[in-house]
Each structure stands twice: as structure tokens, then as C-alpha cells.
Design a protein around this ligand. Structure first.
Ligand SMILES: Nc1ncnc2c1ncn2[C@@H]1O[C@H](COP(=O)(O)OP(=O)(O)OP(=O)(O)O)[C@@H](O)[C@H]1O
Ligand SMILES: Cc1ncsc1CCO
Ligand SMILES: [Mg+2]
Length: 248
């Protein structure tokens, strides 16, 4: 007998967004040094509470207090690798969900090997762009997300596409990293990781479309995107969400 797995919907995205805003989940980010502020702002305006330290002495306490963890490999060095291993160990021991963003794993064999090591430690989600995810055809039990003009999400039983977003997202550095933070906030309130991630991507994608109407180009778009993320609600999500079943 096959089990009917839930598929994402605009209504579910709106409900989860309201839950994030009501519950204010804590999201700890081991975020690259390029887009720390943009990512923290994205988590804050959507309704979560970000923390960003990467100190070896403190990371255990911060992860223990967080509801979800983001592991982003954008700016990686030996110290950061050790902090990531410690953070993942604490998250796993406490049953807290974490998302891996294997930024630029396509640029460096040693980074790819580290990203593969982390994938073996059981992230809830692995998300990257097309070039990165081409190296992660296999992501264990994690939900696999490949973002781009259309986002593709898949777990063992489901495969969906989110067709929201705007081309200026690719012209602002860190929109993908920011979506990792927003996805983590949604994972903190929803145990079904594919539903959580798809809902988060609908929220960021619809917000980007609304922001593009106000912006003059990528610079003002980045600011308008944060404005839209703080204001988007059920009406806009129900009207604009483009979620497609990708099984065929
Ligand atoms: N041409 C496009 N049209 C619509 N949405 C897009 C487009 N390109 C990217 N996006 C959206 O932008 C976000 C970031 O996706 P992208 O694949 O560019 O991430 P990335 O390369 O990891 O970004 P970064 O590393 O700068 O954070 C996703 O939410 C995606 O849906
Ligand atoms: C440009 C860049 N380099 C390392 S991390 C980062 C941010 C987006 O991935
Ligand atoms: Mg990226």
C-alpha cells in the first residue's frame, strides 16, 4: 500500500509563515563572511531570530539554544571546518534540524570532500545552485534542493518545482544563502522538511516578485526584497505561488 505524501501548497506556506512570525524561531548560522548581514536581516524580517557567531568556544551553547542550524561553506578555512564539525555534532545529539549549503564545492576538491563528509552526517536539507547540486545527485536521506530560475526539491517520495522568483535575485550576492536561513526558520516550525523548504521558497520567491515592481535594479531590489519579506502575507502567497508537481 503506498502512503499519500503531502504536497506543498500556497495555503500551507501562508500558515507556516504565520507560525514563524508567531513563534520567532532561533536560527544559528555558520554563514560565510560575505553575506552575514543580508542573511541575518532576511531571517529577522521573515520573523525568526538569527545568531551568527562562529567561535569554537561558544558554538555549542549557541546551537543548543537554537531551533535550527545553517551550515554554509562559502568562506571555509581550517578553524571553520572544526567549528562546523562541533556544531553539527551538537545539533545531531539534540535532534535539531540543519541545512547544508555547499557553496562553491564545484571550485575545490577539498571543499567538495568536506561537503560530502557533512552530507554523511545527516543534514535535513542540502541546497545549492545548479553547478553545486550537479555534484550532489546523491544526498542521503536529506531533501535535495537545486535553486535557479525554477527551484527543484526532492526527497525519497516527492519531487516539486517552485517557479517563483525574479532574475534580479541572481544579480544580488547572497540570495541563495539567505534562502538557507529562511528555510531553517521554516524547518524550526514544521517537521516535514520538504513542506517547510518549499513553503520558505514560495515566500522568498513571491517576495522577490513584489520587490521587483518597486525596484530600479539589483541594488534597490536587495532593499525592496527585505521590505517585501517583512510584509508578504497570505493574500499575496495565495495569489502568486507557483508550485508544480515534478514527478512526471
Ligand atoms: N533567473 C531567476 N529567476 C527567478 N528566480 C531566480 C533566478 N535565479 C535565481 N533565482 C532565485 O534566487 C535564489 C538564489 O538562487 P541561486 O541558485 O542563484 O543561489 P546561489 O547561486 O546559491 O546564490 P548565492 O550563492 O549568491 O547566495 C533562489 O531562491 C532562486 O529561486
Ligand atoms: C561570493 C561569495 N564567495 C564566498 S561566499 C559568497 C557569497 C555567495 O555565495
Ligand atoms: Mg550559493
Amino acid at each position: 500500500m503506498s502512503v499519500m505524501l503531502e504536497l506543498p501548497s500556497s495555503l500551507r506556506a501562508a500558515t507556516l509563515l504565520a507560525q514563524v512570525r508567531a513563534r520567532r524561531p532561533r536560527v544559528h548560522c555558520l554563514m560565510n563572511t560575505v553575506v552575514q548581514k543580508f542573511t541575518a536581516d532576511g531571517i529577522t524580517v521573515v520573523g525568526g531570530i538569527p545568531s551568527m557567531t562562529s567561535s569554537f568556544e561558544e558554538i555549542g551553547s549557541f546551537v543548543a539554544k537554537a531551533d535550527a542550524l545553517v551550515v554554509n561553506l562559502g568562506t571555509l578555512d581550517a578553524a571553520r571546518r572544526e567549528v562546523i564539525r562541533l556544531a553539527v555534532g551538537v545539533a545531531n545529539a539534540a535532534g535539531k534540524p540543519w541545512i547544508l549549503d555547499p557553496v562553491h564545492c564545484d571550485y575545490s576538491p577539498s571543499r567538495l570532500a568536506f561537503a560530502r563528509e557533512l552530507t554523511g552526517l545527516g543534514p535535513a536539507i542540502v541546497r545549492g545552485n545548479t553547478a553545486e547540486m550537479a555534484l550532489f545527485e546523491e544526498a542521503g536521506s536529506a531533501v535535495r534542493i537545486c535553486t535557479g530560475p525554477v527551484d527543484r526539491l526532492a526527497d525519497g517520495g516527492r519531487s516539486v518545482r517552485i517557479a517563483n522568483g525574479h532574475r534580479w535575485m541572481a544579480a544580488v550576492t547572497g540570495t541563495g544563502c539567505l534562502t538557507g536561513g529562511v528555510i531553517a526558520a521554516f524547518m524550526a516550525v514544521e517537521p516535514d522538511k520538504l513542506i517547510a523548504a518549499a513553503s520558505a521558497l514560495v515566500v522568498t520567491g513571491v517576495s522577490a516578485e513584489l520587490a521587483a515592481r518597486e525596484a530600479k535594479g539589483p541594488g534597490s531590489f536587495g532593499v525592496a526584497f527585505l521590505d517585501s519579506l517583512s510584509e508578504v502575507g497570505a493574500d499575496e502567497l495565495l495569489l502568486h505561488a507557483r508550485i508544480e508537481d515534478d514527478r512526471n
